[in-house]
Design a binder for this molecule. Structure first.
Ligand code: ZN
Length: 68
């Protein structure tokens, strides 16, 4: 009897390529570092697209004059 190890297959969320779920797969659930970065990049873009949060620049100015 021989037991063959069948790694679990998942799909890369970025390119939909089948990826074996093994310890060698450093970028799981992504197939590669590139796909991981693409996914992170998209996430950051989504965050930046949300309007409304403006930095309180006036506060900074007040602090500046305080130190003078
Ligand atoms: Zn991929």
């Amino acid at each position: 009897m021989s037991s063959t190890e069948n790694p679990r297959m998942i799909r890369c969320p970025t390119c939909r390529k089948p990826v074996p779920w093994t310890t060698e797969q450093l970028f799981k659930p992504f197939c590669s570092e590139r796909c991981k970065l693409i996914d992170l990049g998209e996430w950051v873009m989504e965050e930046k697209r949300i309007p409304g949060e403006s930095l309180p620049l006036e506060d900074e100015n007040q602090e500046d004059s305080f130190f003078q």
